[in-house]
Design a protein around this ligand. Structure first.
Ligand SMILES: *Cc1c(COP(=O)(O)O)cnc(C)c1O
Length: 227
């Protein structure tokens, strides 16, 4: 799969340029390759090219691909139903999509049974689009302050999705707001909440996301389809 190598080199150059434009170290950004549209072979090829982190938005896909390709990190990035928690909780390296309290409770309950802790990101609906998952910005602080009641959860950061757009600049205010929210919330030093990660940016806008502080970018189509 020569195209994958070409696409990846192109993306790596653009990541490096985005980092350089704001004086960031290129190693501060992790490319999470979103493999939801491709099979195990493409994932294996990507591993050979040095990709270490993969993202899936469906539990069944994550579980199956992880079984075939176990020696990389698998990120759960899509909406998680509570009845799927038990399948994925000990398979995902990081769950990016904690978006509601009853999911937090379901994760806590299962984690207790397995005697594990669960690293998660809180998904925030900055754009306010109704069809988008995520906690509304005004609810984020009370949500995080209540997380103390669920000691098996470790909130490692924030995640958001910008609206679909042809113009990456449309995403900039959304990403900036998430980064500012991260800074504000850090001052509270909330127990079980560390907020070191910002998961934002996809094929359409990952360079803007890097300029605004993303350390986890979730890129699918421009890597695997070259678009
Ligand atoms: C599909 C998906 C991505 C990647 O989107 P591309 O446009 O293919 O790069 C990122 N994040 C989430 C949550 C997704 O579902």
């Amino acid at each position: 799969m020569q195209n994958l190598e070409v696409n990846l080199n192109h993306i790596r150059q653009r990541i490096a340029a985005a980092c350089a434009s704001v004086g960031r170290d290129v190693n501060s950004v992790t490319l999470v390759a979103v493999s939801k549209t491709v099979g195990v072979e493409a994932v294996q090829e990507a591993v050979k090219l040095g990709i270490t982190d993969f993202g899936e938005n469906r539990v069944s896909e994550l579980v199956n691909k992880r079984a075939a390709v176990p020696n990389v990190r698998w990120h759960m990035i899509g909406r998680l139903q509570t009845n799927k928690v038990k399948e994925v909780i000990d398979k995902a390296y990081l769950i990016h999509s904690l978006d509601r309290w009853n999911l937090a409770e379901a994760l806590q309950k299962r984690a207790e049974m397995l005697d594990i802790t669960v690293p998660v990101l809180l998904q925030v609906n900055i754009s306010g689009e109704e069809q988008k998952a995520g906690v509304p910005p005004a609810d984020v602080l009370p949500f995080l302050q209540a997380i103390d009641q669920l000691p098996r959860l470790k909130v490692m950061g924030l995640m958001t999705m910008a609206p679909l757009s042809d113009d990456p600049e449309h995403s900039r205010p959304i990403f900036r707001e998430l980064a500012e929210m991260q800074k504000r919330l850090r001052q509270y030093e909330i127990p079980n909440v560390s907020l070191q990660h910002l998961s934002m940016g996809m094929s359409q806008d990952y360079e803007v996301a890097i300029q605004e502080g993303a350390d986890l970018i979730r890129v699918g189509s421009s890597l695997f389809q070259g678009v």
